[in-house]
Ligand binder design. Structure first.
Ligand SMILES: Cc1ncc(C[n+]2csc(CCOP(=O)(O)OP(=O)(O)O)c2C)c(N)n1
Ligand SMILES: [Mg+2]
Length: 578
């Protein structure tokens, strides 16, 4: 069969079920764009910057509605997209990145956009393909997709040289698309039995879950209830367990965790960790050591023992492994009584922490706890909340209850600022039935703020709440004590209303606590009517999160006496000298 590579790529994307591609056309992919635009099922979305496009595609994948897909130019498109590709790679999110490639039929050097993109992408993709013939196009895209979706998901890259896109060639027999099997594999029964034994004998079991458990909420709930175990989550996995459940302890472990989690896990003697890598954020810079009886469930065996040695490692799909574990565990006698006691303690700790925030004086600005209380009240349970990276992220993690699986996204391990504004758009396009809102720092809003126009063009009714504090607060707070000065963390003035108007989105200001309910209601109403809207939230950041305090304390403890003396001496001197 004679076909162009552009036709073949479009065919493959249609079979996979791609509904949107994100990117910008250039001379190496206009043929692909033209094909995709002719598809009845795929909409090519023009973005302002490929970095934003990559964050949109990432969010499509995080909703669970198929794989997010990029359609970009070589070199400059790839380097612009790299932040989003890196984020997806470290966060275990599938992405299909398709770029045009330079001509392979002219023998010319110094072509436009000529670079080794495969070398650049090697550390942040699971696999890379460059097709050299027409017959390779469809198999390469299917194979790339399969790799992206299997095991721990991640980004894959396919380069299609422009000469193949333009000219028809022999496509050979086009293979059929074979979807992935639904049921994931479980671990060895003997290992699951050992895990069940440890949990049964434990007096204070605990469950810690990450994004890898996000589709296993029912199983987690059953296990928590059977064992009478508290459940803490990572930042990325915040939505894996509903905050409304009485055994939900909350975000993180150890001194950087919310009080309910810190207390519930203080004497944990057997931990069931599911779909988490014990990375830096959820352990508060490795400030919490899990117990020796650590049962670690993950689809990626490389995470086992990377930070903490497991007593039992269970390699497999979280749902399948947990279902088998539930089966082998059977009823646990002490579980119900433990659950009752724990629920009381968790509830008291959560109330006390909430009260502590309510009592805080926001100095005429917006108190974060009142903002999140009002937002929670007005959002449906299945809403999707997207945070960027900064102090606002940890405020959301500590103060905003998330009750629906895949109801919270944030750029976690690659930790790339600029994620939220575009990701909100990607999530809304993938799930138009859901309310999607963003919480974004004023620093991050500068990075990808011009992507708001993409929401208007796509008629994506979303709301972004910009936490406007005039600083790169998460870093500025960490500078305060040791340096007593804020080098490069005080932001120049930005007119957020101007930014909103420039992008043709709606605008509201929330000046203080009195404005909260009215402005949130207005913003959600605008979003529901299809009008994207930006809200300038004059947030008060004078009270620190548990996370920031915990991480600073943990890191300070690590310094030796001499270094500690040096740092404290410098801080004191600066304080005195001004
Ligand atoms: C691309 C990128 N650059 C820099 C950082 C370092 N960083 C982490 S949080 C943060 C502050 C973010 O400021 P803002 O967006 O205003 O949020 P806030 O902390 O004030 O809530 C910075 C600079 C990062 N994570 N990513
Ligand atoms: Mg800020």
């Amino acid at each position: 069969m004679q076909k162009t590579a552009a036709w073949l790529a479009r065919h493959a994307l249609e079979q996979i079920g791609i509904r949107y591609t994100f990117g910008i056309p250039g001379v190496h992919n206009t043929e692909l764009y033209d094909e995709v635009a002719a598809s009845g099922s795929i909409t090519p979305v023009l973005v302002a910057h490929e970095g934003g496009g990559a964050f949109m595609a990432d969010a499509v994948s995080r909703t669970g509605a198929g794989i997010g897909t990029l359609l970009i130019v070589p070199a400059a498109g790839v380097t612009h997209a790299a932040s989003g590709i890196g984020e997806a790679y470290l966060d275990g999110i599938p992405l299909l990145v398709i770029a045009g490639g330079i001509r392979r039929d002219t023998g010319r050097a110094y072509q436009l956009h000529d670079m080794d993109q495969h070398a650049l992408l090697a550390p942040i993709t699971k696999g890379r393909w460059r097709v050299d013939t027409h017959a390779e196009v469809v198999p390469a895209i299917y194979e790339a997709w399969r790799l992206a979706m299997s095991g721990e998901p991640g980004p894959v890259f396919v380069e299609i040289p422009v000469n193949l896109q333009l000219m028809p060639g022999d496509a050979g027999e086009i293979p059929p698309f074979v979807p992935m099997p639904r049921a994931g594999h479980s671990a060895a029964p003997a290992d699951i039995a050992r895990a069940a034994g440890l949990l049964r004998r434990s007096e204070r079991p605990g469950i810690f879950c990450g994004w890898g458990a996000v589709d296993a909420t029912d199983e987690l709930r059953r296990l928590a209830e059977t064992l009478g175990a508290p459940v803490a989550t990572t930042l990325q996995g915040l939505s894996a367990f509903p905050a409304s459940h009485p055994l939900h302890a909350g975000f993180a472990l150890g001194p950087a965790a919310v009080p309910a989690s810190e207390n519930a896990f203080r004497d944990c003697d057997c931990m069931l960790a599911v779909g988490t890598r014990f990375a830096e954020i959820p352990t508060g810079s490795f400030g919490y050591d899990p117990p020796a009886n650590l049962i670690h469930v993950d689809i990626n065996p490389r995470v086992f023992g990377a930070n903490y040695p497991p007593a039992v490692a269970l390699e497999g799909d979280a749902r399948a492994v947990l279902a088998a574990l539930i089966e082998l565990l059977g009823p646990v006698q002490a579980g119900a009584e433990r659950a009752r006691r724990l629920a009381g303690r968790i509830d008291a700790d959560k109330r006390a922490y909430h009260q502590e925030w309510l009592a805080h004086d926001p100095k005429g600005r917006v108190n974060p706890v009142r903002f999140f209380d009002a937002l929670r009240q007005r959002l449906p349970d299945d809403a999707i909340l997207v945070a960027d990276d900064g102090n606002h992220t940890f405020l959301a993690a500590e103060l905003m209850p998330i009750n629906c699986a895949r109801g919270f996204f944030s750029p976690s391990d690659f930790n790339s600022m600029g994620y939220c504004i575009p990701a909100v758009i990607g999530a809304k396009l993938a799930r138009p039935d859901r309310t999607v809102v963003g919480i974004v720092g004023d620093g991050a809003a500068r990075m990808t703020g011009l992507e708001m126009a993409t929401a208007v063009a796509q008629k994506a009714g979303v709301a972004w709440f910009v936490f406007n504090d005039g600083e790169l607060a998460q870093i500025a707070q960490a500078q305060e004590t040791p340096y007593n000065r804020k080098t490069c963390t005080v932001l120049p003035e930005l007119n957020l209303e101007g930014l909103a108007r420039a992008n043709c989105v709606g605008f509201r200001v929330m000046r203080n606590d009195e404005d909260i309910e009215r402005v949130i209601s207005d913003a959600l109403a605008a979003a529901a009517s299809g009008q994207p809207i930006l809200v300038d939230v004059r947030i008060d950041y004078s009270k620190r999160t548990r996370f920031t305090d915990g991480v600073i304390r943990t890191n300070l403890k690590r310094f030796g006496l001499a270094d500690k003396a040096r740092l404290v001496g410098r801080a004191l001197w600066r304080r005195m000298a001004g």
